[in-house]
Design a protein around this ligand. Sequence first.
Ligand code: PEP
Ligand code: MG
Length: 589
Amino acid sequence: MTFSVHGLAVARGIAIGRAVLMASSRVDVAHYFIEAGQADEEIARVRAGRNAVVEEIHRLQQTISLMGPKEAPQELSALLDVHLMLLEDEELINGVKHWITDRLYNAEWALTTQLEVISRQFDDMEDDYLRGRKADLEQVAERILRYMKGVASPVAPPSAGSRRKTQQDLLLDDSMDVPLVMIAHDLSPADMLQFKQSVFAGFVTDVGGRNSHTAIVARSMDIPAVVGARSASALVRQDDWIIIDGDAGVMIVDPSPIILAEYGFKQRQGELERGRLSRLRHTPAVTMDGQKIELLANIELPEDAPTALKAGAVGVGLFRSEFLFMGRRGDLPDEEEQYQAYRRAVEGMEGLPVTIRTVDVGADKPLDDSVRDEAHLNPALGLRAIRWSLADPAMFLTQLRAILRAAAHGQVNMLIPMLAHASEIRQTLSLIDFARAELDNRGVAYGPVKLGAMIEIPAAALTLKIFLKYFDFLSIGTNDLIQYTLAIDRADESVAHLYDPLHPAVLRLVAETIRECHAQGKGVSVCGEMAGDTTLTRLLLGLGLRSFSMHPAQILAVKQEVLRADTARLAPWAQQMLDAEDPAALMAG
Ligand code: PEP
Ligand code: MG
């Protein structure tokens, strides 16, 4: 039966494929396809893992049998029997074989997929005792996975998306060679990084806001995505056919042939539109009245640089360096590793400028999933970004030295996130001086950097003179500026309807920052999601913005808006918007 689930549209386009349900904790398991001839090897790997765990349990049972009832209670022995029974379970074994042989999933992926299928059956059980056995099943699967981790796979993961297909004719094909979409309760930004290398053509999560960092990474990958779809992961079954409409924020489950045909058509239209836009790649971004506009890229990893160049970016306006720090279980990158990563980004941009933002972890960007901040009531107001860096000067100095060293290889700007206080500015600047002095002492080469501050806290937007005294340029982080101005958690879907870029207070802070920078001859750009939203391009141009930084996938569509714009005509209209009670009502102007 066809039904739809509504959420928040975060990344455009249509994806049609089969559902892969994923527990959030399983996302760091590798997902790739194997060749048909490798299926036996993969099955053997799971079998070896299972046998090792069976042996381990037998050994434990023997030890227990030698102990008295005090040291080894009877329940323990019964529990181990249950684990053995689960390991012998035909459904687990046959299911794993099915995912490997028929779908060509790698061994770990096959195991976690079957685990998810059986877990659902446990969830549906009436009997409390039997329902409770789900935890045992998860434990044995976890042990098999741990064993397999220690044994290298003979099958190398292929390159990203090598088997991703989008053609509608696949819809009628019932083989394994169809696109897959991921359905999960929640995904962290670090989880999302895994997807950059993965096989999924789209994803849906139960939670998350439109400008949560998870959504932002989805946009950077340019795959259709919906977040905040509430109970999506409970309603979908493994392998269901799914349509993800990333433009409307809707997921359609088990679509009828007519609906499939309609969305297949929309999907092809989208591809044609992208093809048309790609012709603008080499066209200079100049408005009808001759204003040159700078279109820059936001990137998460140095490996994103070629995509930025391909999209026609004239530089990187925001390199979110925190993605180098995330998902590493506390093992932070040292100076050399960071220097090499920044250098790769700089060289990858082939002489164009690269703005590296110092680490911005905290709030909805935990270092890794195991250290999600549940201890503090309001992590978005807590130890995040520059506050985190200043709280750990040794870590911060390591990053500063690495950025300064990378600046010897090309044009580098250094951008500091979430500043609010003059004292934070002074502390940061003296640490940058200190990092230079350390490199001088070591005799290590480094280059000049322009220094910029992010304007993403209202307090900063209201004290611009202080910022302009110390910094060469400012970059407006509208994602946080909206969050902190309107007191709306950007990651919370339940207040997403109040997250409004057109709120008069937000527009005034943005307009004033642009005006003040121009008045003082300093550079200013917007690097929040507003910069890549084509419905806002004309407004930002009218407010005087000439530098936009966004996901590479958005650059050509924004360029198209720029080419059609006349800033002389837009300026008075934008001023009216600033004075309006309800600017959204004037948007058509
Ligand atoms: C912003 O806040 O607008 C921004 C660009 O930074 P981030 O989204 O990484 O917080
Ligand atoms: Mg921010």
